[in-house]
Design a binder for this molecule. Sequence first.
Ligand SMILES: [Zn+2]
Length: 126
Amino acid sequence: MNTKSHVGMEQKVCPVCGQAFDTGAILLDKRLRNSLERHTVTGWDLCPEHAALWNKGYIALVECDPEKSTFTSGTIKPEDAYRTGRIAHIRKAAATRIFNMPIDGPVAFVEPGVIDQLEQLTGEAP
Ligand SMILES: [Zn+2]
């Protein structure tokens, strides 16, 4: 069964939680070809929940398994990260202090153990 249509609901995938969510935008194939899935993922963006935390000044630390993730020149792209499911949010200023470098994106991928260490350092539950 061909479920494609010339209109689709745009979805983006959150790099923090890895969940697809509706952006509310409607996609339209300009030539009216049936090229679009009912839900079409167009890229990465923060979901409303994680966008709100980022706007409040929190960075998401996403724990990923270094054995199963693919590194590209020392960093992991969201699509190559194998998430363990553990996420912690820390204030941007705290992240800069702890990692000793400015973190400009809303997401940082970390190895297992980093979140545990942070909990001990900051004494806060994530
Ligand atoms: Zn999210």
